[in-house]
Design a protein around this ligand. Structure first.
Ligand code: AMP
Length: 192
């Protein structure tokens, strides 16, 4: 079992690089953002609650998000082969919960890839994506809020994972292929 966290600000390329990593390593992909958007599209009760946070650029409360994540691990046997966590954890509380969930399964987070991209480029990418994505949160006001939330609640995870010796920062600008190669170099030797 190999568990990888793909970490970074909104627009840093987590989804794009996660897709490449799945092809390469055959891991199970959990994108909490996609999971929530799927609930919104299906009009479930959870989707209705999630939408009130997502459309404002805020995080879903930790207890709810942790419950959803644990449920996903419990109901998908394929997660036993290892998971790419894309967009989770986003707070220290979530990171601690993830450590506990994986420890219960006799495993751990093996590595964290941090995609590092300057704010101006993030905003540019998200506005461009907004022209096609149809996402309620890819507009300038919500983007600004998401970046503020990221800096306040999520960015401290970088130090958290540095202190655990798991953080691997990668420059997230340039070509998708070059970034992917840099990620693979960083992951080399993190399997144990
Ligand atoms: P993403 O697709 O990863 O950019 O996530 C889109 C939105 O979903 C975020 O702005 C949050 O509102 C919500 N979300 C996704 N993952 C989490 C998480 N781990 N904790 C709280 N909220 C989340």
């Amino acid at each position: 079992m190999y568990n990888l966290v793909v970490f970074g600000a909104p627009g840093s390329g987590k989804g794009t690089q996660s897709a490449r990593l799945i092809d390469e390593y055959g891991l199970y992909h959990i994108s909490t953002g996609e999971l929530l958007r799927d609930h919104i599209a299906r009009g479930t009760e959870l989707g209705k609650v999630a939408d009130t946070y997502i459309s404002k650029g805020n995080l879903i409360p930790d207890d709810l998000m942790i419950e959803i994540l644990e449920n996903t691990l419990n109901t998908n046997p394929d997660t036993a082969k290892g998971v790419i966590f894309d967009g989770f954890p986003r707070t220290i509380e979530q990171a601690e919960a993830l450590n506990k969930m994986l420890a219960k399964r006799g495993s751990k987070v093996h590595a964290v890839i941090g995609l590092e991209v300057a704010d101006a480029e993030l905003i540019d990418r998200l506005l461009k994506r907004g022209l096609e994505s149809g996402r309620s949160d890819d507009n300038i006001d919500t983007i600004n809020q998401r970046l503020q939330v990221y800096n306040k609640q999520t960015a401290p995870l970088r130090d958290y994972y540095i202190s655990e010796g798991k953080y691997h920062g990668v420059k997230g600008s340039g070509s998708i292929d070059d970034i992917f190669r840099a990620i693979k170099d960083e992951l080399h030797g993190t399997e144990e």
